[in-house]
Unconditional design. Sequence first.
Length: 276
Amino acid sequence: MIIVRNSNVSANGSIGAIRGLLASRMMQTAAIRAVSLITILIIWQVIGRSVDPVLFTTPVAVAKAAVTMIGSGELWTYLAPSLLVLAYGMALACIIGIAAGLLLARYWMFDVAISPLLTFLYSIPTVALVPLIVMWVGFDTGAKVVILFLFAFFPVAINTYQGVRGVDSKLLEVGQAFRCSERQLWTNIILPAALPFIMTGLRLALGRGLIGMVLADLYTAISGIGYLIVRTANTYQIDRMFVPVVLLGFLGVSLTWLLRIIEARVAPWAARKDND
């Protein structure tokens, strides 16, 4: 009994030490990021004050413009339709991209038949297809969703493909030796091994999706966050122009952080590896 109690105390002490180390690392990370952000804002403020306001601005001016635009509802008026396009386009890109990557990697007939077409489309700059998409779909939300989908689809499909193709053949041989069905191979071996690659593809697709969202606003209709950037830039309202630009940056950081949380839930082994 004494040995058992001593072992329990030792285990609890080890867990407490690990938690203390993790808490210390999190505090250090937060402190480093805070200092880095404050330093960048100070440098930006100093440089911005020495430049003509028509050409550049300062963080203080951007903050004041943001308060004004949020209070008047102007920012949300332009942001809401862009977020709707982002949600539709990313959802389609994730569903179709993951399905395409899984099929291409697992079944060689699909790989042989479709891979050249995907390579051909991926080699074409998406911007070059925008006028054609507008002619086919029009200037409404549908065209924006198609443009964003083309930007976000390929990172998801390619990373999913690489993840499935990169599954250790020895694991598949073990599964087949234990007479696993195709469904069991997918659920127990293939998908868990490919999941970190899929999550990486989603993070890459998110960044490209934000680019596609702004580009779609510029080329299609007089709405969205992209149009707000162009309108304020054309009228030399630089402080108001930086508000949606900074907002897009925060949106990208927040959504990427959310994806990392989801990855830690569904693929904790990959998250631990990244932290190491």
